[in-house]
Write a protein that binds this ligand. Structure first.
Ligand SMILES: *Cc1c(COP(=O)(O)O)cnc(C)c1O
Ligand SMILES: [Zn+2]
Length: 424
């Protein structure tokens, strides 16, 4: 008995989950609908079920909730997920103005150091189940890294990645290359790559693994459920998340909504999405009463993973944001790098894209939207180590508030003692 199907988010037309398709005949996005009633579990039984499976890796633990129709022996896992939920230290709490502050650090996902692993364990495993031989994506760097790793591990699937030339970090590019993906740099931006990968996968037998693939997105629901399970099925007041193509915020919302519908959680949190001033299409919609998407030309930003002006999952994201009484915020380059650097300095290395979410938190607390006593979970989307150039550039510039300059001195004990204040 099939538990999953694809359904259009606008006209409601349904398709088999095994059909390779990303859009409805009407042109709109599809989503996975799971018939949870077929499990015949009460909310208590669901919780028990997940709690009893703590020794299994995350994707398998939650498989009934993510991709129930995927046979277990088709899973291609690299040990993704089970990422830490860090509590912010006092200095960090003070900077952001909230005490009960937590970081769900998806950059600590072992295979490729970003949350994209969560989507690719689902997407590449599904491709493996369908017997697909080639997968492709457009990427701002992390999608391509994750897709390449999982495809390489499958041994039978070839990865093709389209990247905006010169617009992703060196570390991200190194990942795709080292996992032996066919790596193509295009002289355009992400939105340009996205258009071409759609054309490519429509024309040839190649499986598209961008976030408009609704099977992939199901895997990312694991982030939210992992947070609430860790909190003993309690729910924070807020989730804060950076937004690029808007797939992750859609997945977070969908997962939490389903948990609520199943009675596994009994409170609806609020969600805040954050973009940079260089690429704020969802923010613009929000301040205009959730107006229709007006695609914009994304400007250059240090938060290169979210330099996207035409987010594919716009409609899904708006639907979730409305359901969760959500808000959008936008932040400047200085704000996001200062916020990132403060958290880095607490021993938790985060990427500039996550810095965007962090800076958004600070602004929303200042505006009074988020109250100082509320429980806040920020989704950290990638590890700082994938964006070392942003760290170097920030700390090199004395003007930056929290710059930590290396001190270059002559090689003698006396000079070292002077610097560390041990010279009497
Ligand atoms: C992909 C990515 C995002 C944006 O996620 P979307 O699903 O595209 O909104 C944010 N941060 C990092 C590090 C990413 O790799
Ligand atoms: Zn439709």
């Amino acid at each position: 008995m099939q538990k999953m199907k694809l359904k259009c988010i606008t006209c409601g037309k349904e398709y088999s989950a095994k059909e390779i398709r990303y859009n409805c005949d009407c042109g709109d996005l599809l989503e996975v609908i799971i018939d949870f009633s077929l499990f015949n579990r009460t909310s208590e039984e669901w919780k028990q079920y997940f709690d009893n499976r703590k020794d299994k890796f995350a994707f398998l633990r939650y498989k009934d909730f993510l991709l129930p129709d995927l046979p277990e022996d088709k899973i291609i896992t690299l040990g993704e997920g089970d990422t830490p939920l860090y509590q912010a230290n006092e200095k960090v709490q003070d900077y952001f103005g909230v005490k009960d502050l937590w970081f769900k650090h998806e950059g600590m996902s072992p295979p490729t150091l970003s949350f994209k692993d969560r989507g690719m364990v689902a997407g590449v495993s599904w491709a493996n189940y369908l017997g697909i031989k080639k997968v492709a994506c457009a990427s701002t760097g992390d999608t391509s890294a994750a897709m390449s790793a999982y495809a390489a591990n499958s041994k039978t699937i070839e990865a093709i990645v389209l990247l905006p030339e010169g617009k992703i970090s060196f570390e991200q590019l190194a990942q795709a290359i080292s996992y032996n993906a066919t790596t193509i740099g295009l002289k355009t931006d992400f939105d340009g790559c996205m258009k071409l990968v759609k054309d490519l996968t429509a024309k040839h037998k190649i499986y598209l693994l961008n976030s408009m693939n609704s099977i992939r997105i199901e895997g990312q629901k694991a982030i939210g459920i992992e947070v609430v399970q860790k909190l003993k099925w309690d729910v924070p007041d807020w989730f804060i998340i950076p937004v690029g193509n808007a797939g992750n915020i859609s997945a977070l919302g969908k997962g939490l909504r389903e948990l609520f519908d199943l009675g596994i959680i009994t409170k609806i949190p609020r969600i805040a999405g954050v973009e940079t001033e260089a690429a704020p299409p969802l923010y613009k919609s929000f301040i205009n009463n959730w107006a229709e998407l007006k695609p914009i030309k994304a400007k250059k930003t240090i938060a290169s993973a979210i330099q996207i002006g035409n987010p594919v999952s716009f409609k899904k994201a708006v639907r979730e944001l409305k359901y969760f009484n959500g808000v959008m915020e936008q932040v400047s380059e200085t704000e996001l790098m200062d916020a990132k650097t403060i958290v880095d300095a607490s021993g938790i290395s985060v990427c500039p894209n996550s810095g965007t979410a962090l800076a958004g938190l600070k602004k929303l607390v200042k505006k009074g939207t988020i109250k100082p006593n509320e429980k806040v979970v920020v989704i950290i989307t990638a590890h700082g180590a994938k964006f070392s150039k942003s760290i170097q550039e920030y700390h090199e510039n004395k003007e930056n508030k929290f710059a930590n300059q290396p001190k270059i001195i002559n090689a003698n004990l006396n000079s070292i003692e002077k610097i560390i204040g041990e010279k009497k």
